[in-house]
Write a protein that binds this ligand. Structure first.
Ligand SMILES: *Cc1c(COP(=O)(O)O)cnc(C)c1O
Length: 384
């Protein structure tokens, strides 16, 4: 068995004739970057989320970086962020010269940033809170916004897992100043590489658009259409643009989002029921979580005495790909070394040591879910 030949992979894309036709039409149009498809994708995304602006970029890492820049984070500033997330969440803070301050997660039921831990990490230098909605389950945004208000902080949402997810009828990514989304190949909306920023602030949106495109005052598209022939550069910008091919795929994928998220939720309930029945000593996070999740991934926590490496090997021998979300960032060499006093985050460390992610994607079939859960049970028995 090789890595590309799993019986059940961890994630899979849902691409068909529509995505292919969209790519073909874009190639035939002869216009490949920053044109009407990008604008339409941004407008679709923003209207589905109920937010004023969508700004499409190359990937979510670039989105997070631009969010930090547009909110003027830089050297001397501290940003409170969870450690149990993908490394890009924290890296985007470091790119600006600001410092990530790692907070713990709430519990083995709620793998999102802990409100208590946020408050304990606030200092004179704190400027922002960057949250991540783990697997598409909402962080406690009302509490986070009230802390932000109390200490005069801005809030950035890493919503890479959470397109279409919501809390109290408000979409995730639209609670803070800026929300950031990913369209990487294993995410809920896929364009290959790709990302999106959302904001309700006109001035932040202007700033994001400027920084996305070299800090230039006019765009290629405007010049092409004869609206402008020159430009000034008014900020140190980047080339973080998406292209029309990806934007066209993104538009098609957005039309599938609602249905695919519903499918993910149905499969997640089936997983939870089967796991509770067959392996009750496995801990299942987010079982009674508030809001509507996008069910990006399916995390479980192995019983404390079960060794994860042989467990994952057992799953592999049954043709099932599993993963770990996440090795905590504060334990990585690069982040350990930048800290003079090593920190401990007890809940993060305990959960991260026991976490295994099971396969979840919209084209997964219910019998496959049952097979995965039987395999979890068999694998645990095998190595006990
Ligand atoms: C995927 C992911 C990112 C990075 O997204 P890219 O589009 O690959 O740059 C950032 N944060 C989280 C939580 C992610 O899952």
């Amino acid at each position: 068995m090789n890595a590309v030949n799993w019986r059940i992979p961890l994630a899979d894309i849902d691409f068909g004739a529509e995505e292919k036709a969209a790519v073909q039409a874009t190639l035939d149009s002869g216009w490949l970057t920053m044109g009407e498809r990008t604008r339409a994708f941004e407008d679709d995304f923003a209207s589905i989320l109920g937010v004023r602006h969508g700004i499409a970029v190359t990937n979510a890492t670039a989105a997070l970086h631009l969010a930090c820049l547009a909110l003027d984070l830089g050297p001397g500033d501290e940003v409170i962020v969870p450690s149990l997330t993908f490394v890009a969440t924290a890296a985007s803070i470091c790119y600006t010269g600001a410092k990530p301050i790692f907070a713990d997660i709430a519990s083995d039921q709620n793998l999102n940033i802990s409100i208590k831990s946020i408050e304990s990490k606030i200092s004179e230098k704190t400027r922002a809170i960057m949250v991540m909605h783990f697997a598409g389950y909402a962080c406690d945004m009302p509490s986070i916004l009230s802390i932000a208000k109390k200490y005069n902080l801005v809030v950035i949402e890493d919503a890479a897992h959470a397109p279409g997810a919501e809390l109290h009828n408000k979409k995730l990514g639209t609670w803070g100043e800026v929300g950031c989304f990913s369209f990487f190949s294993n995410k809920n909306v896929v364009t290959g590489e790709g990302g999106m920023l959302v904001t309700n602030s006109d001035s932040i949106a202007d700033r994001l658009r400027l920084l996305r495109s070299h800090g230039m005052t006019t765009l290629t598209w405007d010049r092409h259409r004869g609206h402008a022939w020159s430009y000034d550069v008014i900020a140190l910008g980047y080339n973080y643009r998406i292209d029309e091919i990806r934007a066209a795929i993104g538009q098609v994928q957005m039309r599938k989002l609602k249905k695919n998220n519903e499918r993910r939720r149905t499969l997640t309930s089936l997983y939870h029921n089967c796991l509770n029945e067959l392996v009750p000593d496995v801990t299942i996070p987010f079982q009674k979580h508030p809001g509507i999740s996008s069910c990006h991934i399916l995390p479980i926590l192995l019983p404390p005495l079960i060794n994860r490496v042989p467990f994952m090997e057992q799953m592999k021998s049954r043709g099932i790909q599993t993963s770990v979300h996440y090795p905590p960032i504060h334990k990585f060499q690069c982040y350990r070394e930048s800290d003079t006093a090593p920190i401990t985050l007890p809940v993060t460390e305990e959960v991260a040591a026991r976490e295994v992610t099971l396969p979840l994607y919209p084209t997964l079939e219910p019998p496959a879910v049952e097979y995965v859960v039987r395999s979890v049970s068999d694998s645990i028995l095998e190595i006990q």
